[in-house]
Write a protein that binds this ligand. Structure first.
Ligand code: CP3
Length: 339
């Protein structure tokens, strides 16, 4: 039994004394200790060394004291395990040397031994669970198949992934073949994460927002739905589909426990379009953490009153930004805890 089970209870739509709070990318570049470790080890070394991943996961737990831990890793490790050569460049972000171009590339993607190749993540989960000592729940995560396909085809980050979208428009069947393979790999990966003890799963659809509602129903929603269904409600699942206000209604009808909301979607609209049925998470603009602390407090209280304190998880509307003052992050968390 986990001692602080606010997050789990909010996800089960049970009443809580206050909403739980955690922060996307809470083990990030605003923490001096994170920057110290980052100087010593490159990105994928940090991900692939279970002791380092555990140490990094625990940094925010001790420093800002959120109500959940999220395992330090990246959504792109799944593409790496499937056979793509992903590197993290300090200046450009992720770079894939062998992006998918044709059917042969797609046939070469590995699905079956994905668990062996991602064994380091499972070892990190085991170590982190020990470290957490049942104090807090641990969140495990994966990228949505659509978001991973964006990187796999584009070969790097992009503002609008035009090359990827054109690929899909020209080769819809090939795109679906990739999405199916990523879906199969992700299901295997998440089931093993659950077996190793994560308490909650989060699926990041960071690039769903570049699709229309019509295309979202072709290229993203069905695959997220398949993943969620395959987990048979064994543990709660949060889906964060950034910029996907256009498809929140459809997303609210799959078997998710909660939906993440970004700041472009106001709380009342989010509640209404999800039929007041679901737990919602979000949606503080990460830039607002640069405001004076008294203003952060006022804005957090306003956000909570607009979402309502039940069926709600306090979080940002996207990952925390580098250089956010740690004291301001604590103000954000403590405002929620003082409720
Ligand atoms: O939330 C957490 O603290 C857990 C760790 C986590 C990371 N990436 C570590 C990371 C999580 C949940 C992710 C998810 C992720 N990774 C997403 C989905 C969420 C989102 O932000 O939309 C995406 C799209 C990625 C891919 C990715 N990883 C990009 C585009 C970049 C470069 C841009 C950037 O922010 O630097 C990364 C690098 C990355 N992943 C960093 C961290 C802490 C920063 C680089 C570093 O530490 O060296």
């Amino acid at each position: 039994m986990i001692k602080n089970n606010l997050l789990i209870r909010a996800l089960k739509k049970e009443k809580t004394e206050r909403p739980p709070v955690w922060i996307m990318r809470q083990a990030g570049r605003y923490l001096p200790e994170f920057m110290r470790i980052k100087k010593k080890y490159d990105f994928f070394t940090r991900c692939q060394t279970p002791e380092l991943a555990t140490e990094i996961t625990m940094l925010p737990i001790n420093e800002i004291k959120p109500d959940a831990a999220i395992i330090f890793s990246d959504i792109l490790v799944v593409l790496q395990a499937m056979g793509l050569n992903v590197e993290m460049s300090e200046l450009i972000g992720p770079v894939i040397k062998n992006p998918l171009r044709n059917e042969k590339d797609i046939n070469n993607l590995t699905v079956n031994d994905i668990d062996d190749r991602l064994n380091y993540v499972f070892r990190a989960i085991k170590l982190t669970k020990n470290e957490l000592n049942n104090e807090l729940p641990l969140i495990g995560f994966a990228g949505s198949p659509w978001t991973l396909l964006c990187y796999a085809i584009e070969g790097k980050g992009s503002k609008n992934f035009n090359y990827t979208k054109q690929f899909c428009m020209k080769n819809s069947n090939l795109a679906k073949k990739i999405l199916n393979k990523i879906t199969k790999a992700t299901i295997k990966y998440l089931k093993t994460k659950i077996a190793y003890g994560v308490d909650v799963i989060k699926i990041f659809d960071s690039w769903g927002g570049i699709l229309s509602n019509e295309d979202y129903k072709i290229y993203s929603l069905p695959y997220i739905d398949e993943i969620v269904k395959s987990l048979h409600s064994s543990i709660p699942v949060i889906v964060f589909a950034k910029g996907c206000w256009h498809s929140l209604s459809e997303l609210s009808k799959i078997e998710v426990s909660a939906l993440g909301i970004d700041w472009t979607c106001n709380p009342k609209f989010a509640r209404k379009i999800t039929n007041n049925q679901l737990t919602l998470q979000g949606n503080f603009d990460p830039n607002k953490l640069f405001q004076p602390r008294h203003k952060i407090k006022t804005d957090v209280k306003k956000m909570i009153s607009e979402f309502g304190k039940d069926n709600y998880i306090v979080n940002l509307g996207h990952g925390i930004l580098p250089n956010t003052p740690v004291e301001n992050v604590k103000e954000f968390i403590n405002t929620v805890k003082d409720i």
